[in-house]
Write a protein that binds this ligand. Structure first.
Ligand code: 3PG
Length: 306
């Protein structure tokens, strides 16, 4: 019998787990749940006897993949797959997939929610500002970037985007102004919302030089990955510009320095919360379960990333 492990340090909503169970058991497979595990060795142990794994930001590293002697497929219920060792997966004939688009709306809503929270001075009772009429630059116009742009337009913002992989005409079709470079985006927009993946090219790419181009009243919104930020550069800009603010869906490594010297100018979620809604959990979890069943029953590999 095929066994499907759901390994989630940050569990799905119970209703999403019920949905996953229905699909897995409906196919005649067994569901194994490993939630809120305290050490990576628990994951390594649990993977030993299963054919398939569903994860979120959990680390499917080389050790996990090598421990999965029967493992055929890992599905990241979500967009970013920087937490899967793709080379190890490929070397062991394990198919890796993601579920693009399934949790995007939740992430986009969080980006806008954090922007409003900061624009109103963290609701501290003082007069804040509005999003209406401000310029927002979407850095990478994928599923989440597109939705942030759509929501931002609803708030009356002027929306710009830069994405080297999407033709300008496609971006402009959505009523968004396409710019030709990251430099141009950062020089133009008071708000920047990051939607780039974390990879060898993008890690630490959001640096002092780029951030210092942002106009007065700059707010950087990061619902992507903390690794894309050059935190030394971030600290430098915080010291040089009292108008600079940072919102991040996950605590940066420089958290203590920011807490010590720059209160009121940042907000971090304690855990990655972007995709943490019942709807996103249901969409991504169920998509992952269906992709596993289709893979075993029909050999479908549509969202394979390795
Ligand atoms: C993603 O890449 O899909 C998001 O970062 C969500 O991650 P999570 O499933 O750990 O919340």
């Amino acid at each position: 019998m095929i066994r499907v492990l759901v390994a989630t340090d940050k569990p799905f909503a119970p209703i999403a787990v019920d949905g996953i169970r229905k699909i897995v058991e409906g196919a005649g497979y067994e569901l194994v749940l490993l939630e809120k595990y305290t050490s990576q060795s628990d994951f390594v142990r649990a993977v030993a006897n299963v054919e398939a794994v569903i994860i979120r930001s959990d680390k499917a590293d080389r050790e996990v993949i090598e421990a999965g002697k029967n493992l055929k497929i890992i599905v990241r219920a979500g967009a970013g797959y920087d937490n899967i060792d793709l080379a190890a997966a490929t070397a062991h004939n394990v198919v890796a997939m993601n579920t693009p688009g399934q949790n995007s709306n939740a992430v986009a809503e969080l980006a806008i929610g954090m922007m409003i929270y900061m624009a109103r001075n963290l609701y501290n009772g003082s007069s804040g500002t509005e999003l209406k009429g401000k310029k927002i630059g979407i850095h990478a116009f994928g599923n989440v970037g597109f939705l942030v742009g759509k929501l931002a337009k609803g708030f009356g913002m002027e929306v710009y985007a830069y994405d080297p992989f999407i033709p300008a005409a496609e971006i402009e079709k959505q009523g968004v102004k396409a710019v030709n470079s990251a430099d141009e985006l950062y020089s133009t927009c008071q708000y920047i919302s990051l939607h780039i993946p974390a990879n060898e090219k993008t890690k630490k790419s959001i640096n002092f030089e780029l951030l210092s181009k942002m106009p007065k009243g700059a707010t950087l919104v990061n619902t992507a990955r903390k690794e894309v930020i050059d935190e030394e550069g971030l600290m430098k800009i915080f010291k040089e510009r009292s108008d600079f603010k940072y919102l991040s869906d996950i605590e940066p490594d420089c958290k203590n320095d920011l807490v010590a010297g720059f209160s009121g100018r940042f907000f971090f979620t304690p855990k990655k919360m972007g995709a943490q809604t019942a709807e996103a959990n249901i969409n991504a979890g169920i998509a992952a379960a269906k992709q596993i069943v289709e893979f075993f029953e029909k050999g479908v590999t549509t969202y394979k990333v390795n």
